[in-house]
Structure formats: structure tokens, C-alpha cells
Design a protein around this ligand. Structure first.
Ligand code: BGC
Length: 791
């Protein structure tokens, strides 16, 4: 524990000549054993209840040092959320740390180098505690899911020049006080009374004689402390309003609506003036109602409201600490004077991962679609991949992540993010190997088994992230979970049929969620046992590949055999001799094709049927969560890029561009979230920031621009370039950050010439398929240009 290791790097070139050594870099180990933590868990003596919140406690410790430390490390574990300060300076810039894990089992602690903040004489460590996911509301459930109040375990390890060491730890000698943060809840929002400001409470010299004692607690049973090794949630961008605030009639006097121009996840910083004691009410919404007021019905019980009570005298600036909202519009009321346009700044929050994916083509609406997809990913990746960021839900729905993981891998450096979530998934796995519908697991009313196309994220997510990164840890760390999961699926799938309605051992699942072909059923018209069995086969296939990647040959063979068995069962049960697939839905056909489940001779028959069905609907899809992500890929594989493009460019609902036509800035949950005829869909389930249908983003990168990893050499050791021009586009291009560096492809059609330029990163290779030429060209790293006749 607390050891520093340093290293230098040198490289040898193609002639075996070594470079100079780099300067030294280092890492430090954290507190590796429980016994390294010398303090106690502490918090305030007030707990609140399942529906009652209490103010955020400030805790502090003042101590003296005989000289300036040579090194100081602050280790902080918090059940809740926190901001830590040393001598008035904030440690780090993480928001809502430590994020969300199953706090019954695991909490990640953070380490800060606070050497520069410490000094000789009096020093202070202060921690502001919030409820976070630990004891605040999660989804539509009551407060206190994991515990009754926030608690901190912290340790400041100091080393002086002469080798002496000292440690300051949380214990009963710390002091506690409530201040201006009257309530702070992720779902309910925040209330702050600036009149109760504590001043420089975490600085030396602050008079804490009126502060009370903290309460100390036993170490929670079964809890593991773990150093955080992935990215934090941070502020990533600031958004300005795009127009002057518009005055509307508020419930209590004048109110002004600000438009940030972008549906986003985060909160606002306000800059306002007013009388002491006046309370500014800040409401958030994704959309406006017909009369120009905020539309908040779709937020359900999430109040999406922050309150700030003014200190009075001059401009005051404030931003909440422990909440976030999903919104584009902000309403301010409670101030008598019209606020300035810069009274509201949108602060975007998200996991700090690099958003490196770039896509651009000649159709501005498709570019907007790409932007909307990226924004939905930005806003639904706060430590956990969530369905939506705004209503009283915001849960780690496994099915949604399964749909989107491939697109996420194109858009951002998301491997550490998914590695963390897969650890959450291991925590969430049930005793028989089940994987729940949401991870971290909370009771959403469907039992421990998330069902087909949701729970299968346990297999699909590690494999997909591995394919895009080559990081074998994704498979290695999760292999046990994956095999336990497969055993569970096998145990509830007699005769290899999964999800039979007569089989009470397992749940049938959500079906093809929000499909348009289910005569009003949210689960669509695709038979659930067909979805279940198709995903069973798909997972068996991935398991075979995963086992092979780990060198587990026997497992690989066993799973290949299983895949064949399940495929046989699938054909026997769901495929008729003429090639039609049970259910007669687009998704049924898509699954059979996408997962390679059709008997050889019948593939083209079902592909032709699929195209006819799309044509019969006036070039519209009817697929839901399950079919949509696979649909364009299936059409391309069947040689029907033309149909895939027709769907991509379709402007009437259901389609990807319908929301774009109607001003969407993120991906809607439903194809018909708003229509000219019906207005807003059922407010009980109508998010305007749901990434699932945005899974078409992967096809934009892999097929329109044409960049893909080679499954035979995961992690872009070889980049496959295979652009599919179509849809009347005259150019398209994309760039991604691979483990080897940037890879890009850009094509252009002009004067009858198709020109493709690709960029292959160093130490990687490229395989280029020009349109209409079956034989690829192999290239090395660097830029390459190809030309051919435009079709
Ligand atoms: C969520 C979805 C989720 C679904 C389960 C909804 O409430 O928002 O995205 O996958 O439930 O079918």
C-alpha cells in the first residue's frame, strides 16, 4: 500500500536502434488492505426517512502540522456523494463521486494528491456530503435504498522531508454542521439557501465552536473498498442560451423560459440578482407544450426543480452540487426583474471519456442524427449506461446497453466505462446465474432475470467492447459471469427453446420493446420465444469466440456445438419450409438473418420477404428495441444497401429522421414520441433522450463511412474499410480513435469517380474493399487513396 513505482520507456526502431529514455512516469498503489484504513465511518446524526430528506452535512477536522509536508495523499470513501476540500481548495473535479455501485457490496474510493494544499500550522480537511445514489431516490423508488444517510471514511497520509509520517483519519473528533444545502437529490433536485452560507468552512481560522459532533458508525458488513480505476463523472461542456428569455405566466407571478438549444444532461448555473430571502425557482424540461410553457408531464415523479434562496446584494452565482436533470429548456421564476440572457448556463455532466468519433456526410439531416446519437450517449453515460436521464428512472437497463454498446465504442473511448459497469453486473448476478433487467440491480418488478435481449448484455457487451478495443480483460474478468449466465439460460431452456410461454421457470422478457407491429402492445408482435431462442444461439456463438480468445479450446468447442443445437431448435420451431419466419414481423426475420439462424437455402427468401414488408409499409421499419439495431446490417448483408438507405433517409414516422425533421436534438425513446396528429405520446413513458434507437450510429460508421474492426484481429490490429455509397450521398466520412491511433475513411463522388481516402494507424494494417470489387486490397499504416468508377 502507498508505494510509488516509476518507469521509463525506450523504443527500438526497425534497425534495432534504441531511443533515448523518456522521463520517468509513476503510479502509486492505494490502500490495498482493509486494515490500512485507520479511521471510522462518520456522518451526521440525522437520517431522514424513505420520503423525508435532511440537509447535506458539512464535516471538518482541523489539525496542526509542525512543517510543510513533502507529500500528502487524501483517500476518501463515501457512501453517498461528496466534495472534499483541503484548506478551502476542492480536491479533484469529479461530480457525484463516487458514482453508483451496489453499495451493499462495493464502493470505490478516490485518491487525491493534496500536497500543494497543505502547509505548516493549522490545516483543515472538509467534506460536504450528499445523498447520491446511496440514500437519495433511485428511479421511482423511495429514498434510502442502500443506507439511511451519507457516510465518509477518509484518511490523509502525510510524509515530511525528514521521513516522519502522520495520518489524519475520520473519527469521532470531527465536527459536523448543516449549512445552506437544504436538500439534494438526484431525482428531486436541490434546494439551497444562500443566507445559511457557512463561509470559508473548510479553511483554517474558521470558528467551528458552534459545530456539533459527528456520529461514528461500524464498518458496513459485506462492503468492499476498491480503488477507483475508471473515469469520474465531470463537467464536460457549457451551453449558452440560443435566444432571449421568453416571459410566460408562472404559477406564482412572472417566469422566463430559456432555450439552451440542445437537450442535455446536467444542470444549470444561474447568475441572478434580487432581494435577500427571495427564492429563485429553476424548472427543467425537454420540450415545450403548445402554449409555450414547459412540458414536464413525461418526467413523471422527477420534480426537475432546483431552488435557490438569495443572499441579497449584487449578482449571485450558483450551481447545484448533487443533482442532475435531462433538459433543453429552463424556467426561472421568483425574481421580480427580467433576468439577463446569460442568467442561465447549461453545465453538461458525463463520464469523462474522450468523445473521439467523428462522422460527416453530404446529408445535413443524417449529420444531425449522428449528433443526436452522440448527445444521447453523452447524457446517458453518467457512471452507468442508462435508459434516460430525465424522468424518475435513469437506470442501467441491460437491453438498452446491449443495443447501443457497438455505437458507443465508435463514439467514445468507452472501454473503462463498460469495464466498470461489467463489474456492477458481476455484483448483480443472481445465485443461479441470472442477470437482472437493470444493473446495478434494483427491484423493477420483474424478478432477478432480465429476460431475453436484456440479460444477454452479460455476453454481448464484453464481446463487443473487446472487438473494438482488443482489451482481453473485458472477456477474462467476466468469463465466469458469462458461463454462469449461460448455465442459467440452458437450465431454463428445455429443448433449447428459451422463453416458451408455457415454461414457468423463466421470464419471457420484454419482447421487441416499442415495435410498431404489435397492435398496440409495447412488446411488439414478435414471438417472445423466438427472441429468446435467437439470443440464446447468438450468445452461444459469442461464447465460442470468447472462449477461443482466452485459449479455452474445449469450451470453444462445447459452445460451438451448443450454437448448432440451438440453431436447429430455432429452425425446427420458427422457420417454415418456404423460409417464412414465425410471427411474420420484421424483427423475426431480422433476428433469423442477423444471427445466422436460417438454413442455407432459405436466407434469400426471408431477406426478400423482409424487403417486401418494408416496401409494403411505404419504406418504413416496424421494429422495436430488439430488431432496430440489427436491421440496417441485415439489409446490407443481404445486398440491399438501397433499402437500408431508404430507411435511414425516411422522413415520416417511424424513422430515424422523423424526430430530426421535428427539431430533435437527442434520440427519442419512441418512434412517435411526438406527432403532428397526436401531439405528445403517453407521458407515462415518453423520453426524448433514450439512446436505444440510436444504435443505427454503428451502421453509419461501419457501412456508410465503412470502418470496422476485423473480428479475426480485434482492437483494430487490422481495420476493415468497406464503404457502401448509396442514398444519393455524394460524400461521407468518419474517424475513430483505435488503440493504435486514429483511423479514418472518407469517400467522395464527383465526375463519375468514386474516390476513397483511408488512414491506417501505426502498427495496424488495413483491408480495403472498394465498392463493387470483391477482392480487397491490403495496405499498411499511413494514408492511401483509391479511385474507381462511381456506380
Ligand atoms: C426503459 C427502457 C427499458 C424498458 C424495459 C423502460 O422503462 O426506459 O429503456 O429497456 O423499460 O422494457
Amino acid at each position: 500500500s502507498m508505494q510509488r513505482f516509476s518507469w521509463t520507456v525506450r523504443v527500438w526502431d526497425q534497425d534495432g536502434k534504441p531511443s533515448a529514455r523518456s522521463c520517468a512516469a509513476f503510479f502509486e498503489t492505494g490502500l490495498l488492505r482493509r486494515s490500512d484504513w485507520k479511521g471510522r465511518w462518520i456522518g451526521s446524526s440525522l437520517a431522514g426517512g424513505p420520503r423525508t430528506s435532511v440537509p447535506s452535512p458539512h464535516i471538518r477536522k482541523s489539525f496542526r502540522l509542525s512543517s510543510k509536508p513533502e507529500s500528502a495523499r487524501l483517500y476518501v470513501a463515501v457512501l453517498g456523494a461528496y466534495q472534499a476540500f483541503v484548506n478551502g481548495v476542492r480536491a479533484g473535479d469529479a461530480e457525484l463521486a463516487p458514482g453508483w455501485t451496489d453499495f451493499r457490496r462495493r464502493v470505490r474510493y478516490q485518491t487525491f494528491d493534496v500536497t500543494a494544499m497543505t502547509k505548516r500550522g493549522e490545516n483543515v480537511v472538509g467534506i460536504l456530503l450528499g445523498d447520491g445514489w446511496y440514500c437519495g431516490r433511485v428511479g421511482w423508488l423511495d429514498r434510502q435504498m442502500y443506507g439511511d444517510r451519507p457516510k465518509a471514511l477518509a484518511q490523509l497520509a502525510i510524509r515530511f522531508k525528514d521521513g516522519r509520517r502522520t495520518t489524519v483519519v475520520t473519527d469521532a473528533s470531527w465536527k459536523c454542521r448543516f449549512g445552506p444545502l437544504l436538500s439534494a437529490d438526484i431525482i428531486r433536485g436541490e434546494a439551497y439557501d444562500a443566507r445559511l452560507d457557512l463561509g470559508a468552512w473548510s479553511s483554517p481560522g474558521h470558528d467551528d465552536s458552534k459545530w456539533g459532533p459527528v456520529e461514528a458508525f461500524e464498518f458496513p458488513k459485506g462492503l468492499e473498498l476498491e480503488a477507483q480505476d475508471g473515469p469520474d463523472i465531470r463537467r464536460s461542456l457549457e451551453m449558452r442560451t440560443i435566444a432571449d428569455p421568453v416571459e410566460v405566466k408562472g404559477s406564482k407571478g412572472r417566469a422566463w423560459i430559456f432555450d439552451l438549444g440542445q437537450n442535455m444532461t446536467g444542470r444549470v448555473r444561474i447568475k441572478v440578482r434580487g432581494k435577500r430571502g427571495e427564492t429563485v425557482r429553476i424548472r427543467h424540461a425537454e420540450a415545450l407544450a403548445g402554449d409555450g410553457s414547459l412540458y414536464t408531464a413525461n418526467l413523471r415523479s422527477a420534480s426537475a426543480e432546483d431552488l435557490y434562496t438569495l443572499r441579497g446584494g449584487g449578482f449571485e452565482t450558483w450551481e447545484p452540487a448533487f443533482t442532475f436533470h435531462g433538459f433543453r429548456y429552463v424556467e426561472l421564476s421568483g425574481v421580480s426583474r427580467k433576468p439577463d440572457p446569460d442568467a442561465v448556463t447549461g453545465v453538461v455532466l458525463g463520464t469523462a471519456m474522450p468523445f473521439t468519433g467523428e462522422f460527416e456526410c453530404s446529408d445535413p439531416q443524417v449529420n444531425k442524427l449522428h449528433s443526436n446519437i452522440a448527445w444521447s450517449w453523452r447524457g446517458n453515460s453518467l457512471d452507468v449506461p442508462t435508459d434516460c436521464p430525465q424522468r424518475d428512472e435513469r437506470l442501467g437497463w441491460t437491453g438498452d446497453a446491449l443495443n447501443f454498446v457497438q455505437t458507443a465504442c465508435y463514439l467514445s473511448g468507452s472501454v473503462p466505462f463498460f469495464r466498470k459497469w461489467l463489474a456492477d453486473m458481476r455484483d448483480a448476478q443472481g445465485p443461479r446465474g441470472e442477470i437482472p433487467a437493470v444493473v446495478p440491480n434494483v427491484d423493477v418488478g420483474v424478478g432477478r432475470d432480465g429476460g431475453p435481449a436484456w440479460a444477454d448484455a452479460a455476453v454481448v457487451v464484453p464481446w463487443t467492447a473487446y472487438l473494438h478495443s482488443g482489451d482481453l480483460r473485458l472477456i477474462d474478468e467476466n468469463y465466469r459471469m458469462m458461463t454462469r449466465y449461460m448455465r442459467w439460460v440452458a437450465s431454463v431452456s428445455p429443448g433449447c427453446i428459451r422463453g416458451d410461454s408455457g415454461n414457468k421457470a423463466a421470464w419471457q422478457g420484454f419482447g421487441d420493446w416499442l415495435a410498431q407491429d404489435g397492435s398496440g402492445k409495447t412488446g411488439g408482435g414478435t414471438p417472445k420465444d423466438l427472441i429468446g431462442t435467437a439470443f440464446y444461439a447468438r450468445c452461444a456463438g459469442i461464447m465460442a469466440d470468447s472462449a477461443a480468445a482466452l485459449g479455452k479450446t474445449a469450451d470453444a468447442e462445447r459452445y460451438s456445438g451448443l450454437r448448432e443445437e440451438v440453431k436447429k431448435a430455432f429452425c425446427g420451431r420458427f422457420v417454415a419450409p418456404d423460409g417464412s419466419v414465425a410471427g411474420g414481423t420484421q424483427t423475426a426475420a431480422v433476428l433469423a438473418l442477423a444471427f445466422g439462424l436460417m438454413p442455407e437455402g432459405l436466407r434469400s427468401a426471408v431477406a426478400a420477404w423482409l424487403v417486401r414488408d418494408i416496401e409494403g409499409r411505404g419504406m418504413h421499419l416496424s421494429t422495436g428495441f430488439v430488431g432496430t439495431p440489427l436491421l440496417p446490417f441485415v439489409l446490407s448483408d443481404a445486398g440491399r444497401d438501397d433499402v437500408a438507405y431508404a430507411l435511414l433517409l425516411q422522413k415520416t414516422a417511424p424513422s430515424w429522421l422523423y424526430p430530426v425533421e421535428h427539431g430533435a436534438t437527442t434520440i427519442w425513446e419512441r418512434w412517435d414520441g411526438w406527432t403532428g396528429e397526436k401531439g405528445f405520446q403517453d407521458p407515462g413513458m415518453n423520453s426524448f433522450n433514450h439512446y436505444s434507437f440510436g444504435a443505427v450510429g454503428a451502421w453509419l460508421y461501419s457501412h456508410v463511412a465503412g470502418i470496422r474492426p476485423d473480428p479475426a484481429e480485434p482492437g483494430y490490429k487490422r481495420v476493415v474499410f468497406r464503404p457502401r455509397p448509396g442514398g444519393g450521398l455524394t460524400h461521407a466520412g468518419a474517424a475513430i480513435e483505435t488503440p493504435f491511433g486514429r483511423a479514418s475513411a472518407e469517400w467522395r463522388i464527383g465526375n463519375g469517380v468514386f474516390r476513397l481516402e483511408v488512414e491506417v494507424p501505426l502498427n495496424s494494417a488495413g483491408r480495403v474493399f472498394m465498392p463493387g470489387r470483391p477482392e480487397p486490397v491490403e495496405v499498411g499504416s499511413g494514408k492511401h487513396v483509391f479511385e474507381g468508377h462511381a456506380a
